[in-house]
Design a binder for this molecule. Structure first.
Ligand SMILES: [Fe+2]
Length: 288
């Protein structure tokens, strides 16, 4: 496997050599919104939804929820195609209301941490100003390591949506690493044998870096809590850590960036300014 140098000049977009359509999106994304007009949906999720999901009653509730009237359907076919082809898409000039509607359209928004809000506000922080255990508390304003959001969760979110509320040309970028390019697509199976030790506040357990979930490959990556076991896994971990981005997004206020969190890793670039506020919602797909 030949990896791009971390110091190489980074093009805006590196084409991925994965055949279009091989991933990976559930049919949820490509399905047109059944109702395009009407009263905008509210950004609230029934609290009992997940626990009752297996029942016929809950399935019916899901169908009704998905079919409810919404004010706008943000994803057009080119956005869906971009998610399929390269694992992300960018939509400019998005309002906060449309941001939340788009999250609802993709699946079930959920807090990124226990008892947290559905929408986080991410701002660059010095180490001493950060919540303990966060990436900021370890890296401050330096470049973050590659990671996927919710990597140590039992069921990591499928999509990560970020909207710039405050941004200027000097603001930190968000970098994306498409594992389909890095792992040469079909080699996911090979990497599924590489194991890491994950440590959470409650337990320590072993798991592969990549695993197949309902026919879709899912990567989990948290350099703070996951430790590679064995030489091959350590080598793989090193390769990923040093990989160059396949996309570097420079933020403009109102940009909406949607990342396939199972397929792509992401990170914030180093920054010398704290003038940046990114709204974030993570989304778990609804069952079909
Ligand atoms: Fe993140």
């Amino acid at each position: 496997m030949t990896l791009p140098s971390a110091t190489a000049v980074i093009p805006t977009t590196v084409p991925c050599h994965v055949a279009p359509g091989r991933n990976l999106l559930t049919p949820t994304v490509g399905r047109p919104n059944p109702v395009r007009r009407g009263k905008p949906g509210r950004f609230t999720i029934p609290s009992q939804q997940s626990s009752e999901r297996s029942s016929i009653r809950a399935q019916a509730a899901h169908r009704a929820y998905r079919a409810r009237p919404r004010g706008v359907d943000m994803l057009d076919p080119s956005d869906v195609q971009s998610l399929k082809d390269v694992g992300y898409c960018v939509i400019p000039e998005v309002t906060v209301e449309d941001f939340t509607h788009t999250a609802e359209f993709l699946g079930t928004p959920r807090p990124s941490r226990p008892n947290g809000p559905l929408m986080d506000i991410l701002t660059p922080k010095e180490v001493n100003d950060s919540r303990p255990g966060t990436i900021s508390s370890n890296y401050g304003l330096r470049e973050f390591p590659w990671h996927s959001d919710g990597a140590v969760d039992k069921d990591p979110p499928r999509y990560l949506l970020m909207r710039a509320e405050v941004a200027n040309p000097q603001s930190a970028t968000t970098d994306i690493l498409d594992l389909h390019c890095l792992l040469d697509g079909g080699l996911f199976l090979k990497y599924s044998r590489l194991i890491c030790e994950t440590t959470t506040r409650r337990s320590t357990y072993l798991s592969p870096f990549v695993i197949q979930h309902n026919g879709i490959w899912r990567a989990k990556w948290d350099p703070l809590r996951m430790r590679a076991l064995g030489k091959k896994a350590a080598s793989f971990h090193q390769d990923v850590s040093e990989a160059a981005p396949t996309k570097r997004h420079h933020w403009t206020r109102g940009d909406l960036l949607i990342i396939d969190n199972w397929r792509c890793l992401h990170r914030r670039s180093a920054t010398s300014t704290t003038q940046r506020a990114i709204q974030r919602i993570v989304v778990k797909n609804l069952p079909e």
